[in-house]
Design a protein around this ligand. Structure first.
Ligand SMILES: Nc1ncnc2c1ncn2[C@@H]1O[C@H](COP(=O)(O)OP(=O)(O)OP(=O)(O)O)[C@@H](O)[C@H]1O
Length: 596
């Protein structure tokens, strides 16, 4: 996981760290609803047990009427009444429990989603930008929904699966303990087979099965996602072969898996099948009746309830499947909730001006691998600083620390004399805007997208920003101009998307602007327009740009050469060229590459 811990001892203790109550687990989230959950369970169990009453009533009526001698009408009527009452209670209680269950489910899912939303609002932007949108949408959507059966159905089903047979058994024991044990034979046989399904060999086969399934999915995805590249470079045969190999392997694995499991599963199903249960009860019953130890009428309850004893074993299988799905889903939810939030100050301080000062900044995405080492840098208001350096030297990482995508692992960054960690995020984002590689537009109108930081901006301000970013004419060609809702069907190119992001940053008009030039200057026209916009607007704006073009570098007030996470040269472009050091060499290489 990303290491965002703050080890700088100069950090004041006014920041609020996440108290992280035990709400990351299903039980933790259920705790506030313990009352409703207990009521739900109780109602489900009472409903399930009451559901036995009609069966017991039929058995009792049968035994009474079939017993030798004059029938005991009163007992028969009592049994009928008890059966009907039981039926009504079952109806009432299961309806009530289902209602409560679904209400509770709604509340718990809402609590999960609220907690996730609140937490996602506090995790480092850098962590969010590393994730695919689909991945988080799955956690907030599908995974939260996966707890539905766990809350609304499974616990009741599982408890009933134990309580109902237990109640039946107690009743059957009061009639005849010997036949009760015989009736249990099918269930005991099925239970005895369970360990055979979990031997190391079966588990290995299950793992192989899952892996082979995964390989098929991977090769299909690889084929579909890379179809354009595969076609263009003529790799269709190879990719197709990969897919065929994956399916062949799957077929072999499946056969092994089925051969191992099929006999056990078949034996289990046979043991639990009604004909086998009836066979066991009837054989045992006939022997006992023939022996004279059991009145024939007493066979009836065993025939009726014996079949019900096996049903819960099958329900257990489904219940555990649902439980496992819910468990895996909550695991993913827990992982998101476990991401360290960026500490927010309890009493945000205010920045005096907007000079940015980096002092001995160290940073690593993973513990043990430092990407930035001991960066000391001051970014004066009204200056442009160009960050240059080889690929992988840490340029993007460095500029991402300025809008607090991550906090330094050591050292500090101050804005107007105040540590970024002591500023409220509102003030931070009113001061710093950025255009990085990962541009996200909202599914909202063009106007709303541009005016994101300034929701009350008027139409004139929005169009001015769009003109400066060289995107105004393209917006006018969209079906509804500035009111067009941006989505996949709008058909904006990557460069056009970038220009909307630039318009957004220009309209925000923050005193500090951080740009990745490769992203921001999508084409020469835009480059020219944005450069012009930046130089003509606000004189004291601090600009930090990851520079790739020589023109940007020569225009900059300061150049910072970053190599392997440290600043190796720092000065005006002229000074660095005069030094004839590494920057000068870098410059000469690029001048050779530069087409202009
Ligand atoms: N999200 C991340 N998680 C882990 N490591 C990362 C992450 N982003 C970058 N790195 C690593 O940090 C180092 C610096 O990367 P960075 O993107 O800051 O370099 P850069 O100078 O901007 O490179 P480029 O010019 O190619 O964009 C690289 O070794 C990179 O592999």
């Amino acid at each position: 996981m990303t290491d965002t811990s703050v080890t700088d001892t100069s950090v004041t203790d006014t920041r609020v760290t996440d108290p992280r109550p035990d709400t990351g687990t299903l039980t933790g989230l259920l705790r506030p609803h313990a009352g409703s959950f207990t009521a739900l369970l109780t109602l489900q169990v009472i409903g399930a047990v009451a559901g036995l009453a009609p069966l017991l009533a039929v058995a009792e009526v049968g035994r009474t009427l079939l017993a030798p001698g004059p029938p005991d009408h009163a007992h028969a009527w009592t049994a009928v009444l008890a059966g009907v009452t039981g039926l009504l209670i079952r109806l009432l209680f299961t309806t009530a429990s289902s209602g409560i269950g679904h209400l509770l489910d709604g509340q718990v899912q809402l609590a999960f989603r609220r907690r996730l939303a609140a937490h996602l609002g506090r995790v480092p932007i850098g962590w969010l930008s590393q994730r695919r949108t689909g991945e988080l949408a799955k956690v907030v959507g599908e995974d939260v929904s996966a707890v539905h059966p766990f809350i609304a159905h499974t616990p009741g089903e599982l408890v009933s699966a134990f309580v109902v047979p237990l109640a039946s058994l107690i009743y059957l024991f009061t009639i005849d303990w010997r036949l009760t044990l015989i009736t249990l034979i099918p269930v005991l046989l099925a239970i005895a087979l369970v360990p055979l399904m979990m031997t190391p060999a079966r588990q290995r086969e299950q793992r192989d099965f899952d892996t082979a399934m995964g390989r098929i999915a991977d090769s299909a995805v690889e084929f579909v996602q890379g179809i354009a590249v595969v076609k263009a470079f003529g790799g269709a045969d190879r990719t197709h072969r990969t897919f065929l190999t994956a399916t062949d392997t799957f077929a072999d694995t499946f056969l092994r898996w089925a051969r191992g499991l099929a006999p056990i599963a078949a034996a289990m199903q046979t043991a639990l099948a009604p004909p086998f249960v009836l066979l066991a009860v009837l054989t045992g019953g006939t022997l006992l009746i023939a022996d004279g130890g059991l009145p024939p009428a007493d066979l009836l309850p065993f025939l009726l309830l014996g079949l019900g004893l096996t049903a819960p074993v099958a329900a257990l299988g489904h219940g555990f499947d649902d439980l496992q799905t819910a468990w895996r889903a909550t695991g993913r939810i827990r992982d998101v909730l476990a991401v360290d939030p960026l500490p927010e100050p309890a009493r945000p301080a205010t920045a005096q001006g907007h000079r940015l000062h980096l002092r001995n900044v160290h940073f690593g995405y993973d513990t043990g691998r430092t990407v930035l080492r001991g960066i000391d840098l001051t970014l004066e208001p009204g200056t442009t600083t160009a960050i240059v350096g080889p690929s992988g030297s840490g340029k993007s990482t460095l500029v991402q620390l300025l809008p607090r995508f991550f906090d330094p692992t050591h050292g500090s960054i101050t804005l107007g004399g105040t540590d970024l960690r002591d500023l409220g995020s509102n003030q931070l984002y009113r001061t710093i805007s950025f255009v990085f590689q990962d541009i996200r537009l909202l599914r909202a109108s063009v106007t709303d997208n541009i005016a994101l930081a300034l929701p009350h901006a008027d139409h004139h301000q929005v169009t001015t920003a769009a003109r400066l970013a060289n995107i105004h004419d393209r917006i006018l060609r969209l079906p509804r101009g500035y009111d067009t809702i941006l989505d996949e069907e709008t058909g904006l190119s990557r460069g056009e998307t970038q220009r909307i992001a630039i318009a957004r940053a220009l309209l925000a008009d923050t005193p500090v602007l951080v740009l990745d030039e490769a992203t921001a200057f999508a084409d020469p026209h835009t480059e020219h327009a944005v450069r012009h916009a930046l130089t003509t607007s606000r004189g004291d704006r601090t600009i930090v740009v990851i520079a790739h073009r020589l023109e940007t570098i020569t225009d900059a007030d300061t150049v910072v050469l970053l190599e392997n996470g440290t600043i190796t040269e720092h000065g005006t472009p002229a000074e660095l060229l005069n030094q004839n050091g590494r920057f000068a060499a870098f410059w000469r290489t690029h001048r050779g590459d530069d087409p202009r």
